[in-house]
Design a protein around this ligand. Structure first.
Ligand code: IMP
Length: 370
């Protein structure tokens, strides 16, 4: 029995955003002419940003604000089915103010587009949300699970008549993505969402010792889709631990088209978290869906593996309010365009194709402001 030695020999090393850098490429366009739009499940997102389906992040207010900017909000599922349906309807009924018409993410009838989280073990929820939302997102910590594949097959046949597509996630390995495509069929996958254990409120890795941080998971998914010849057909969404525009750009360099953000959007005026004053400054509460606080509602517990005793996989934090979705998205996009300029990519697809990424030295000097 020599399994230990062999396992530790596996030439795999996890890496995190702050360890990676792009090398400069041949810049061809000025940043403002760089196209950051992407395709997802029949929708054209002008901005490659998606908000996490978390009950302190995405309710109708944030989802509407993000859709007005051209991104996509995903309504959380830590609520009853009628409550989730009502939140989706509230986005659909939101008025599109003048000035946003050309930028907004809209459905076929000119209303704002919105996504909704589902569970693979709740067919009623999937059916109800497929009637009203534009796109569904399975919301589980690790999709690579026999029970979830079986549940997903039932979801697919339940919603088939609606023609609605489903984003599957989250995945952390090449094997997981290969398995999902083979088991469920590429035609049933709107996108693959990746990243496990790397969210800012996530303690999954600390508690269980299992994880695949978003940058690494993105490359894993890209390897799988590339081997299957589906890299241009099935987009990858990176999720968990993405705080800066440079993180989003790195995900794109590794093969993703879009990023899902929890913490960043929790800091917006429009987030679903409660506002609280701390040290004289406005904050919002932000917690993981596996935290004790979110678990109290008991409606999204099946996001995680069930055990004899409940195991928390998330924490609560207070984040300062940093502004409105409008400003946050404008800043992220402007910064991303500058990165894309430096690396010589004219659009998101070229980020994957033309960029070179290197691992930076751990002793690299940091600039510290006064
Ligand atoms: P953030 O953008 O770094 O804050 O990460 C948000 C992501 O963390 C979400 O989109 C989920 O994929 C994931 N997540 C949400 N709640 C939990 C939790 O309680 N434990 C682990 N991961 C979580």
């Amino acid at each position: 029995m020599e399994t230990i030695g062999r396992k530790l020999d596996t030439p795999q090393r996890l890496y995190y955003f702050d360890e990676l850098l792009f090398l400069p490429g041949l810049a061809k366009r000025s940043p403002r002419d760089i196209d950051v739009s992407v395709e997802l499940g029949g929708l054209r997102l002008r901005v490659p940003l998606i908000s996490s389906p978390m009950d302190t992040v995405t309710g109708p207010e944030l989802a509407s604000a993000l859709a007005l900017k051209g991104g996509l909000g995903v309504i959380h599922r830590n609520c009853t089915v009628p409550e989730a349906v009502d939140m989706v309807k509230a986005v659909k009924n939101a008025k599109i103010p003048e000035g946003y018409e050309s930028t907004a993410l809209k459905d076929g009838s000119g209303r704002l587009a919105v996504g909704a989280a589902i569970s693979t073990s709740d067919l009623d929820r999937a059916r109800a949300l497929a009637q009203v939302a534009d796109l569904l997102f399975t919301d589980v910590a690790s999709f690579h699970n026999m029970k979830i594949y079986e549940g997903m097959k039932r979801v697919i046949s339940t919603i088939r008549d609606t023609g609605k597509k489903v984003v599957l996630g989250n995945f952390g390995t090449k094997e997981g993505v290969m398995h999902a495509v083979k088991e469920l069929g590429k035609e049933n996958i709107a996108a693959i969402k990746v990243g496990m254990g790397s969210g800012s409120i996530c303690t999954t890795t600390d508690v269980t010792g299992v994880g695949s941080p978003a940058a690494f998971a993105t490359e894993q998914a890209a390897l799988a889709l590339s081997e299957l010849g589906l890299l241009d057909e099935i987009p990858i969404i990176s999720d968990g631990g993405i705080r800066h525009s440079r993180d989003i750009a790195l995900c794109m360099g590794l093969g993703a088209s879009m990023a899902m953000l929890g913490n960043v959007f929790a800091r917006c005026e429009e987030s679903a978290g409660e506002k609280v004053e701390r040290d004289g400054k406005l904050h919002k509460v932000y917690w993981g869906m596996g935290s004790a606080q979110a678990r109290k509602k008991r409606l999204a517990l099946d996001r995680y593996q069930a055990s004899g005793k409940e195991v928390n996989e998330g924490i609560r934090m207070y984040v300062p309010v940093e502004g409105r979705v409008d400003d946050v998205v404008d800043r992220l996009v402007a910064e991303m365009q500058v990165t894309m300029g430096y690396v010589g990519a004219a659009n998101v697809k070229e980020m994957r194709e033309v960029t070179r990424i290197v691992v930076r030295n751990a002793t690299a000097p940091k600039v510290e402001p006064d």
